[in-house]
Design a protein around this ligand. Sequence first.
Ligand SMILES: NC(=O)c1ccc[n+]([C@@H]2O[C@H](COP(=O)([O-])OP(=O)(O)OC[C@H]3O[C@@H](n4cnc5c(N)ncnc54)[C@H](O)[C@@H]3O)[C@@H](O)[C@H]2O)c1
Length: 334
Amino acid sequence: MKMETVHSEYENTVVLVTGGAGCIGSNLCSKIAELNAKKVIILDDLSAAYKWNIPKARNIIFVKGSILDDEMLRRVFKEIPDYVFHLAAHFANQNSVDNPEIDLMVNGMGTLKLLQYTQLVNVKRLVYASSGCGVYGLESRIPFEEHDISISLHTPYQVTKLLGELYTNYFYNLYDLPIVNARFFNVYGPGEVPGKYRNVIPNFFYWAMNGLELPITGDGAETRDWTYVEDIVNGLLEMGIKDEAIGEALNLGSGKEHRVIDLANLVNRLTSNDAGIKYIERRNWDVKHRLLSSIEKAKRLLNYKPEIEFKDGLKKVHEWFIENWENIKKTAEF
Ligand SMILES: NC(=O)c1ccc[n+]([C@@H]2O[C@H](COP(=O)([O-])OP(=O)(O)OC[C@H]3O[C@@H](n4cnc5c(N)ncnc54)[C@H](O)[C@@H]3O)[C@@H](O)[C@H]2O)c1
């Protein structure tokens, strides 16, 4: 069955999105604004996002500030949000290995603070952005099912993403806060600006459009469950309104896996890049050969159904790169 796409529940509501200037957040905010929310409040410190990429609409309010800053938190919670989507994070694995203390501050303390403020207002839902790559380990069975998590993880980011779930569960258990843990798998799409700590897809496009070889960290046979951001946004919107999701962790993936080498070849073909690929050393924390979600639970509880095929999603990313190339060239940092 096709997913519900109306989402009239968001009409005339106040929605707070932390990290709303980021890749997933900017897409989510644009969508909620289109659904005629009264206010979509973005709280983002722009530590990993750019002004030009902040979504704009009459009902979007951008507040530049950190989830660690009480004054900013008081300011946004004064608006009494009906829904909170907590997407702000120190992103991601390599960044956390290089900066483990900031990672713990933002993803750990920041999440705790956000939950404390959320608990003071009567929210319909708090949706927390967790990570499939974060919570499943080498011993988890593929495809990853929600109960099969690991406590033997490989980066501080994975540790703090899991920690976030432990905190949301604690607020659910002790205070009945209506939380949902959304476990994303390798999200990609328009809105993700390439950079040193960004995901492979925007970086491959950036290098390919600069005529460079695409570096593969490993043997290229590794697989990932790349999921188009619009499918993630639909899943998040469902998590906000389906009561069956309260207190649950749910995978949001594509339920399909693709090899890194095939991604590289597709990007080179789309961008007419003749430079090819090169193999470089695997990063020592990058130990998972395969990432693949089971999306059965999300299908059952949310009617979730990812719709964008990988090749089509990549074409959309390419179009977005072409449209925004000047800004991307100016801001991408490596
Ligand atoms: N993109 C993925 O593949 C993926 C996979 C699993 C989980 N996630 C999670 O989803 C969420 C969104 O991911 P994304 O890809 O959009 O990442 P992103 O880095 O584009 O977005 C995160 C946003 O948080 C902001 N931010 C960072 N520290 C902050 C702070 N202290 N206060 C306020 N804002 C702050 C950044 O400026 C950025 O705009 C994150 O929580 C991430 O851990 C993403």
